[in-house]
Design a protein around this ligand. Sequence first.
Ligand SMILES: [Zn+2]
Length: 391
Amino acid sequence: MREPSGQTVGAGALLTILRHGQARTRAELVQLTGLARSTVSQRLDALLDQRWIVPAEEAISSGGRPAIAFAFNRNARLVLAADLGATHARLAVTDLASTVLVERAFDLAIDRGPEETLGWLVATFREMLAEIGHSVAEVCGVGLGLPGPVEHASGRPVNPPIMPGWDAFPVPDWLGARLGAPVLVDNDVNIMALGEHWAVRPETDHLIFVKVGTGIGCGIITERHLHRGAQGAAGDIGHIRVTSADDVVCRCGNVGCLEAVAGGAAMAVRLRQAGETAENSRDVVRLVRAGNTQAVQLIRQAGREIGDVLASIVNFFNPGVIVIGGDVAEAGEHILAGVREVIYSRSLPLATQHLGIRASVLGDRAGVVGAAVMVIEHVLAPEAVDLSVAG
Ligand SMILES: [Zn+2]
């Protein structure tokens, strides 16, 4: 007896099929995979045993007899997700469909260093789990976004400019030892791109998520997957040179960077010079919303500067959608108008024909949803599920 695809269609592959609704019953799984009925039964038992699936409502089979249907159990495990920014943090506990079960937002300075920040994170996660009547034993993974470059494979920050003490800190080991689950770390823009893509635009193959906050960066989704680049540095558009910033020194040490003229911190500086009270990107947004003429002009111009860089990226990458998110994007249409104006006049017609330029739908929740998605994709990968049922 031969099973043509039996070597590769393990329990994890069956779970993926059930999760995506391609089959619901034992008979449908046999038909779809070509596996023997006994093999399918064995693998379903293993998945039931680990609670990855649950019996669902009865389905009517083609012969008219009721058959047992199986469904992915989104409550099988819990995910801890955190989006740490320069000055604020958002934490969430989610299920395996990235649905937020409980969430909290805080003012938190990342420059307090890794041990103090992560110690606080562990304590707060434990409180949140207790609040919804669960424990860390049910957690299958922890996803964390940080406001700086991260080497994704090791989860270590790499020379993060605004995070003193964090360089090369072994975040996954430190957190994993205290929470007893695998820990995945990425930069905040990548997880925001993941979250927005998964929750809002899963059908978009090629997407650019631009975060305009204190600084500027982008996350790249290509063929529906996050593109991190060779060292995890892909998408760092904030330090691309723009001609209008030729005489402006950036925090990275170079002159002429995009974020040195169009980032939230840079705009706050200009507003202070003009006599306004503006400490950070949130103050810029507050002034724009209040109709302050200088702030509105400044943010429109920032939109054009960002659009100028994105126009080249549109020609190079041909995305289907550009999503603008981050604190400054909360200022609404003013920044989008500037971005659209330049991209549509500067990029090639073929590349802009069906291009959508949109505000983030998830807003300040994109990061925690994306951090959860990063963990879910890792835990539910067929080979990971195969290992969990074997163990
Ligand atoms: Zn720079």
